[in-house]
Design a protein around this ligand. Sequence first.
Ligand code: IPD
Ligand code: CA
Ligand code: CA
Length: 271
Amino acid sequence: MSATLNIAVSAARAAGNLIMRSLNQLDSLQVTAKARNEYVTEVDRQAEAEIIRIIHKAYPDHAILAEESGEHGTGEAVWTIDPLDGTTNFLHGFPQFAVSIALSVGGRLETAVVYDPMRQELFTTVRGGGAQLDGRRIRVSGRTHLEDALIGTGIPYRANLVWMDAYLAMMREVMERTSGLRRPGAAALDLAYVAAGRLDAFWEFGLSTWDVAAGALLIREAGGRISDFEGGEGFMESGNVVAGNPKIYAHLSRLLAPHYARGKRVAQQAS
Ligand code: IPD
Ligand code: CA
Ligand code: CA
C-alpha cells in the first residue's frame, strides 16, 4: 500500500471507530444547527480532529481543507476531509454515512479513501492503481441501457433550492426511464457505490469539495466518468455533479441537459 494511502486508511478507520462509539450515545449528543437542514455534532468535530492529527503526524507540512475547521496551511499537497458525510442520517441512526479523505498534489487527485464504519467497507484508490473495496479491485457497472439502470441522487436544499424546479423535472424523467432512483443521503458513499457498480449513475447539485474529492478519484480509477452538467471539470468547485459508468453517464447527461439549462437560467436570474 502506498505511504499516503496507508495514512489515509488509518485516519479513516480511527474516525470511523469514533463515529461508531458515538452511535450508542445519540440521545446525549450536542447538536448544533449550522443552518436549516445542516447539522454538526461534536462527533463531526472530534472525528475531524483525529483525522488531522494522524495526517499531520505523518506529514506535518501538508495542507488541509476540512469541512468543520476549514483550511490549515498552504502548499502543493492538500488533504480534503469530510469527517462524517451523512450527518443527518447519523443523527437519526439511519445507517448510511461515511468518512471521506482525499489527497491532491498540485491540484491533481492522488489518493482517496471512503470508509463506511457501519458495514466496515473500505473503498480505496491511488491514481493509476485502480480502485479497491476491502483490497479487491472494483469497477463501474457494465449496464448500457438506461431502463436497466439504478440511479443515485441528492435533493437540493439551502442555497441550491433555486434548482428545485429543474431538479424535480429531472427526477420525473429519471423515475420514468430507469429501473429506480435512490437518495441514500451520503454523497461520498453514493460516489463510492458508482465506483463499485452498485449504482449505475448519480447526480446532485451544490455539493462541497469534501463530498466529492475522494469519490471522484474512486470513480475514475474504476473506469467511470464524472463531470459537471456541461461535461467539464468544474464539478469540484460548483459541486454540480453527474457521474456513472461511461454509457449510463452519457445517457443521463443527455437526459438532464435541457433541465439543467433551464435551471441555470433561473439560478442566474436569482443571483
Ligand atoms: C451531505 C451529504 C448529502 C448531500 C449533502 C451533503 P454532510 O453531507 O453528502 O448526501 O446531499 O449535500 O451536505 O453535511 O452530511 O457531510
Ligand atoms: Ca458531506
Ligand atoms: Ca460532513
